[in-house]
Every structure is written in C-alpha cells, then in structure tokens.
Design a protein around this ligand. Structure first.
Ligand SMILES: Nc1ncnc2c1ncn2[C@@H]1O[C@H](COP(=O)(O)OP(=O)(O)OP(=O)(O)O)[C@@H](O)[C@H]1O
Ligand SMILES: O=P(O)(O)OC[C@@]1(O)O[C@H](CO)[C@@H](O)[C@@H]1O
Length: 304
C-alpha cells in the first residue's frame, strides 16, 4: 500500500484577478477551492492512475472537514489525525504572474504529533510512504527524521519531497525517490548550476549520498532521471500552461504509481513527466485521460 503524508495540508484558494492593483480593491474574475498540500496532491493523482493509496497527516477545523469531504468525494481513502486548530488556507493568485501566499500552518500538539508516529509504526514491509511538503513550525525541524525512523522500524520504504537540511538528512536513509527541481538541487549543495555536467554531477551526489532514484525536474525544460550508470532526459509535451501548482507533486505520483504497478523505472519516469505536464496544462490537478494522452509525447533520450 502507498501512504502519502501531508503534515501541513491546505485549502488552495485559487483566485484570478486581471490587472492586479496592490493597495487597491480588486475583484476576482473567478475563484476555486481545492484540497491541497503536497502529499494530498500526490494521493489525488495516484488515485486517478488507479494506484491504491491512503492519505494521512493532520487535519483540523472547518477547513480540515472541507478537505476530508473533497477527498472522500474522489473516493480517496483517508486516515488523518484530527487536530484542534484549523488547517491553513493557501492563496494562489493568478494575475499577469502567479503569486502564492502559503500559511504557516496550525499548531500541532505533542499528543497529535505522537498519534501520527503511531500510525506509521503500524506499517509493513512493502509499504511505501510519500513524505511531502512543509512542516508546521510547532512540529520542529526534526519531525521528518522521526517519521523516517518510524518507516524504517516498520520496514516500509519512503520517498521524500522536501528541501535543504531535511532532504540532506533523509538521503542517508536510502529514500526510494527524491525529486528536487534544479533550483532546489543547487541550493542543497550551495552552488550555482549552469551546465549540463554540473546538473549531472550534483544529481549523482544525491545517489552517492543514498537516494535510490533521482529525478530532477526543470519545469518547461523537462526533467532528468539519474541512475548510477546513465542519465536520461525527457522533453515536455506541448500544451498551454494554465497552472504550475502541483506539477511537481503530479510528477512524483506518476513515477511512484507506475513504478509500483509496472516496476520499470523508465516507464515510471515517462508517466511522471506526462503527469507533471498534464497538471501544468490543467486548472486543477490533471485528469487521467490527459496524462495518458501526453505519455506518448514524452521522448526520453540518454545523455550519457
Ligand atoms: N511550463 C511547463 N510546461 C510543460 N510541463 C511543465 C511545465 N512546468 C512543469 N511541467 C511539468 O511538471 C514537472 C515538474 O515541474 P517543476 O519542475 O516545476 O516541479 P516543481 O518545482 O516541484 O513544481 P511545483 O512546486 O510548482 O509543483 C516538469 O518536469 C514537467 O514535466
Ligand atoms: O507550504 P508547502 O507545504 O511547502 O506547499 C504547499 C503547497 O503550495 O504545495 C502544493 C503544490 O505543490 C499546494 O497544493 C500547496 O498549497
């Protein structure tokens, strides 16, 4: 079974405003509320791809209920720890540019934090846990390490989508997958990446430090899949970009879902790229039909 963990879910409040005036009254042309948070996005795409999964993490208040109901309407299995504070609302402002304003997240009590660790302690060998997104400040920077420890004790594998120190620390625990974008990769090693060779060098460092599979996403420039011996590049399919929120999460879901179903990392890479682009070309996360259509447009070439 695949589990996604979202420590800091959100209602994504997407608002469209033409000709935004800071400091003035603006009226929305259109708005949309979506269940959000990185792990939840992974769950929504996994379900659309027919990959059985359970979404876990923390949910509270009226916002938490809205998210839970939205996920149930999509027949996604959920097992969140209920918390006393409200889950956050993140604003995604679409004007001439896309601007995101993400909340810090609610306070999580010690008992609530312990309850999630207990859920992970009940997992089994063969389970895969996707850890994705920010950590509410009250949990402490080392909470991902605690979750990873619980996965290891239960014999479950984990994939992780986070940045900086938390990503670096996770590498030694042999994550099944990491997927920094090229900016996050440079930031992780405190370098500027300007050439193809530098991308490959630092991508390989992630493998050397413990990751089992490494994807480097590069938005409209496609993505890399790096193994110990080979580097593969995928182009992105053509289409009109409508929304970049959740493209990275969709890519992770496409990779993990296909890897679990088919066991072929290159096909998993292809579906990951198609799912990322399909979301970039959609208002909400991508539908299955578009992901399937785009798969045939993804060309994978060996770089070395
Ligand atoms: N402009 C785009 N055109 C086509 N495909 C895109 C575009 N942006 C993203 N994608 C697809 O989604 C994948 C992941 O995108 P990206 O590199 O932006 O990840 P990310 O930075 O983790 O995204 P986010 O945090 O916005 O979800 C890309 O590899 C690509 O397949
Ligand atoms: O604040 P975090 O946890 O880093 O990111 C949260 C978030 O921006 O990520 C998702 C897109 O990847 C959105 O659904 C959500 O609002």
């Amino acid at each position: 079974m695949i589990y996604t963990v979202t420590l800091n879910p959100s209602i994504d409040f997407i608002v469209e405003v033409t000709d935004l005036k800071l400091g003035g009254l603006n009226r929305m042309n259109r708005d949309l509320k979506l269940p959000g948070g990185k792990g939840i996005n992974v769950s929504r795409i996994l379900s659309r791809l027919g990959a059985e999964n359970t979404a876990i993490g923390f949910l509270g208040g009226f916002t938490g209920r809205y998210i839970e109901q939205s996920l149930q309407q999509e027949a996604i299995v959920t097992d969140f720890v209920p918390i006393s504070e409200d889950t956050r609302i993140n604003i995604k402002l679409k004007s001439e540019e896309e601007t995101e304003i993400n909340g810090l997240g609610p306070k999580i009590s010690d008992a609530e934090a312990a309850a999630l660790l207990q859920k992970l302690a009940l997992l089994h060998k063969g389970d895969i846990v996707v850890l994705a997104g920010s950590v509410p400040p009250s949990l402490g920077a080392d909470y991902y390490e605690k979750l990873i420890g619980a996965c290891e004790q239960a014999g479950a594998e984990f994939a992780i989508d986070t940045t900086g120190e938390a990503l670096r620390n996770a590498l030694t625990h042999r994550p099944l997958l990491v997927k920094p974008n090229h900016h996050e990769l440079a930031e992780l090693f405190g370098v500027v990446i300007e050439t193809r060779d530098q991308l490959i060098t630092y991508g390989r460092r992630l493998l050397e430090e413990g990751a089992q599979h490494v994807l480097i996403s590069m938005a409209g420039e496609g993505a890399l899949f790096i193994t110990a011996d080979e580097v593969y590049h995928a182009n992105v399919p053509s289409g009109k970009v409508r929304n970049s929120v959740g493209a990275g999460d969709s890519m992770i879901a496409g990779f993990i879902g296909t890897f679990v179903q088919e066991g072929d990392p290159l096909e998993a890479f292809r579906t990951g790229v198609a799912a990322g682009s399909a979301t970039a070309f959609s208002d909400d996360l991508a539908e299955r039909e578009l992901i399937d259509n785009l798969r045939s447009q993804v060309t994978i070439t060996k770089w070395s």
